[in-house]
Design a binder for this molecule. Structure first.
Ligand SMILES: Nc1nc2c(ncn2[C@@H]2O[C@H](COP(=O)(O)OP(=O)(O)OP(=O)(O)O)[C@@H](O)[C@H]2O)c(=O)[nH]1
Ligand SMILES: [Mg+2]
Length: 301
């Protein structure tokens, strides 16, 4: 059989389940998932195999109306991911249907993504009655000429194989883009920072997760088989430092513990994780913070 390889961009509103789908396709957790919106900040590539086809999934930040610099850089990264892809998959949530946000995405798709296949994946079908899906499929296809429609549950795995099979056939013929055993195209230190950011997002409330960022400062694989990882949590305000640390440092300790456990599982080695919280009032306006996240600072201007 001939080899095939190409890129599939996963786009959709925040919280649609893009990262969940990427992880399922790849078979490993390489993109963080939370119940909160705006979890993914940059383009994350995961590699999946389907027979002789290599499908490089590009997880993107959710698409929404951007207000701040970081928002704008995230949305630009998402559309950049779609523009480079061979196939675009739009994820929507079955229980929310054709929202205003989805309509806005369809408008931009019409303007920017000419000629390429765009598939619709109605996700979270486990949350609705099957009867409602037919009407939603019709409504969506009246609003946009989707190449195909899939009904899936990224979390439970329903319908995901059919989507994978179809995507495999859509990939252009050509050599594979990554070695067969590579599953992610993201530096380990960035994955490690993302894991800690996930644990922070799960524990902190309201706007705070948005206003912090995590960077891996140092990484040392030791001869005894363990790894020492030093990370900095940047917050924008003094008051936030106290919240991240928690009473007697309990919050930071719990976050560090949860992150370390997942890092050990991911790396398959013992991990010593050291977290430092730093106040940096202007980090949301610093180019270096954006490049550390894999974003383009100028996109946010
Ligand atoms: N019930 C149900 N929940 C799902 C499904 N897929 C994803 N979720 C949940 O939806 C939430 C958001 O999932 P993510 O994968 O982080 O969504 P995302 O589109 O990557 O979100 P952003 O990165 O913020 O744009 C999480 O709580 C997931 O567990 C599904 O098929 N069914
Ligand atoms: Mg995501």
């Amino acid at each position: 059989m001939t080899k095939r390889a190409g890129f599939v961009a996963l786009i959709g509103e925040p919280n649609a389940g893009k990262s969940t789908l990427l992880n399922r396709m790849v078979g490993a957790k390489i993109s963080i998932v939370t119940h909160k919106v705006q979890t993914t900040r940059a383009r994350i590539r995961g590699v999946a195999m389907a027979g002789e086809a290599q499908i490089v999934f590009v997880d993107t930040p959710g698409l929404f109306r951007p207000r701040r610099r970081l928002d704008r850089a995230m949305v630009a990264a998402a559309w950049g991911g779609a523009a480079d892809a061979d196939v675009v998959v739009l994820l929507i949530e079955a229980h929310r249907g054709l929202t205003e946000g989805v309509r806005a995405i369809l408008d931009t798709l019409r303007e920017r993504i000419g000629g390429r296949p765009v598939a619709l994946a109605i996700n979270k079908i486990d949350r609705v009655k099957a009867e409602s899906l037919l009407a939603l499929t019709e409504e969506m296809n009246a609003a946009f000429p989707f190449t195909r429609t899939f009904m899936i549950s990224a979390e439970k795995g329903h319908g995901v194989e059919a989507l994978r099979e179809w995507l495999a056939g859509e990939m252009p013929e050509g050599p594979w883009l990554y070695p067969e055993d590579q599953i992610a195209d993201l530096p380990m230190r960035m994955i490690a920072a993302e894991i800690t950011r996930e644990k922070l997002t799960l524990r902190l409330h309201q706007e705070l997760p948005y206003e912090l960022t995590v960077e891996t400062e140092a990484w040392e694989d030791r001869e005894d088989g363990s790894t020492r990882i030093d990370q900095i949590i940047y917050v924008a305000r003094d008051g936030h430092k106290g919240i991240v640390l928690g009473r007697k440092g309990e919050t930071a300790k719990a976050v560090g513990q949860a992150s370390r456990v997942e890092l050990e599982e991911f790396l398959g080695r013992r991990v010593h994780l050291f977290l430092t919280v730093k106040v940096r009032p202007n980090w949301l306006e610093e180019a270096e913070r954006y490049s550390e996240m894999g974003l383009n600072f100028k996109d946010g201007a």
